[in-house]
Write a protein of this length. Sequence first.
Length: 193
Amino acid sequence: MNFVVGKLVGYAETNLELSRYDAAKLRYMFELVLLNTMEFVAIALFFAYIGRTTEFLIAAGVLLSVRTFSGGFHLKKFRYCFVLTFAIFVAVILVLPDVSNTFALMETLLLVSILLTVALAPVSKRKSAAKNNLIFKVISTAVILVYSFWLLTARDNPYASIVTWTILFQSVQLIIGKVMILHEKAKKQQHVS
């Protein structure tokens, strides 16, 4: 992977005359894209092998559509990220839908997800303007509301439980992300003092 990323960054540095800082940012972006692609393909192959490709694609689509705007937390090591992501997909596709898929529970989980998203989104380490944060909060909440409306009107949807649990897991990640950011800020303030 380092070879591929090195070639791509080298090409960009040569042809686009990037600064060292911009080249480092580009390297990070390429690494992130390649790692996320490898993670997605590996998990997709597992679910294809066990005959649950449709469920995986639905859960991944829901997660991506919400997480893009609401944010979340990121683990520093690829292997930890992979294990956590894999565990979440196994939970929302293979375990939780069979444990409980009552309509009242789904309504409650969706309400909790909406409240968490309104209160905490977006979660990101990047500094962005309050206007952008409000836009991301509104979009992520709107996406969850659309899913919620769809799920609540289509009571016999076979994927409703998977979608509901995926949204809840993403919303819970917002709590973890906020705590991690607050912890990092506290550490920085201790070093300054």
